[in-house]
Design a protein around this ligand. Structure first.
Ligand code: PEP
Ligand code: MN
Length: 354
């Protein structure tokens, strides 16, 4: 259900919270002609601190039914307990999502999974607030084990202690690894909660589509500055439609023979270079072992900090001259150095006789 169809992404939009019936209906009518697949609204809001607006609860559920009746848009809300699942289904909500603060807690996810047994409603699972792929996978597995067949993941970024430009740091490598582990699982980017502001929404959405994401979830409000939650990141329907119009959604691949031939030539070159790199790395490690044996015979220590500094400094310079950034050079040189030391340690280790 949540998969991108060729270059048509799966779109979810709507307010952070359902505040009043008028606000929900105004947003829905503003979005009715935008081509979205699902209308979102938070009904129970998990707030970091007490005293904030915690959502209208059950009272807001008939408003969503009205959205469906008047606009034809299907609806989705966040659920965090068995009772919320029960109420959402009773009021005809079409898709449920598990929030980031719930995905972190296996007891809560299991409670939701148990409540979903025998009801094959589509479910989206946000990443946990902490950058833990296993926890995300575990939540997906629990919901899947309950018999839910239509599952998608929502990438909404990760909390961090230090402030970055984002409200929730994207750590793109985590959803990339999720895709590698579960290639058929649709992944949707929640650009609103990653950004925490209105200005970077387009940029982050484009980055997601450049990584072949399936869809987008964005918070839209008729009067964002007056929103009762997440005011800074919400946009009006008109701005949302502009953003969607300006996004370039790429296909995963092409059947154009010219494209296939050219990309294959380039990939062949890459494969050849990778093979050369492997040959060189193998040779380098064998020399490291020779050095280890030589040092062993002469009773010399493995680590010589001055030599390592020299390798690193020379390497950074050589990398820069070839357009490689320092962070990357340091990363791979450190990995090679670590492996060289390990090889030398093995060579030097006293032989144990059985
Ligand atoms: C939300 O979507 O409004 C929300 C609370 O998101 P998250 O679970 O990502 O914080
Ligand atoms: Mn929100």
């Amino acid at each position: 259900m949540f998969k991108k169809q060729d270059t048509r992404p799966f779109l979810i939009a709507g307010p952070c919270s359902a505040e009043t019936e008028e606000q929900v209906m105004a947003t829905a009518h503003g979005l009715a002609d935008s081509g979205i697949d699902l209308f979102r609204a938070g009904v129970w809001k998990p707030r970091t601190k007490p005293g904030g607006f915690e959502g209208k609860g059950v009272e807001a559920l008939p408003w969503l039914r009205r959205v469906k009746q008047e606009t034809g848009l299907k609806t989705t809300i966040e659920v965090a307990t068995a009772n919320q699942v029960y109420e959402a289904l009773k009021h005809g909500v079409d898709v449920l999502w598990v929030g980031a603060r719930t995905t972190v807690n296996p007891f809560s996810v299991q409670e939701i999974a148990d409540a979903l047994k025998g009801v094959d409603v589509p479910v989206l699972i946000k990443n946990p607030v902490n950058p833990d792929l296993e926890l995300w996978l575990g939540a997906i597995e629990r919901i899947s084990n309950a018999g839910v067949t239509q599952i998608g993941a929502i990438h909404r970024g990760f909390s961090s202690f230090t402030k970055t430009k984002f409200r929730n740091a994207p750590y793109w490598e985590i959803p990339i690894e999720l895709r590698r582990r579960m290639p058929d699982l649709p992944i949707i980017c929640d650009n609103s909660h990653i950004c925490g502001n209105r200005h970077d929404l387009h940029e982050v959405a484009q980055q997601a589509f450049d990584l072949n994401y399936d869809g987008l979830m964005t918070e839209v409000h008729p009067t964002p500055d007056e929103a009762w939650s997440d005011a800074k990141q919400q946009i009006v329907p008109l701005v949302y439609k502009e953003m969607i119009k300006n996004l370039i959604v790429r296909s995963e691949t092409s059947d154009n023979p010219e494209f296939i031939e050219h990309i294959e030539q380039l990939r062949h070159k890459i494969d050849e270079i990778d093979l050369e790199l492997f040959n060189l790395l193998g040779r380098r490690m064998r020399i490291a072992e020779d050095i280890g044996r030589y040092k062993h015979r002469n009773n010399i220590a493995i680590l010589q900090t001055a030599r390592w500094n020299e390798i690193l400094e020379k390497g950074l310079e050589q990398g820069r001259a070839r357009g490689l950034n320092d962070e990357f050079t340091e990363l791979w040189l450190t990995a090679i150095h670590k492996e060289s030391i390990q090889r030398q340690q093995t060579v030097m280790a006293p032989k144990t006789t059985a």
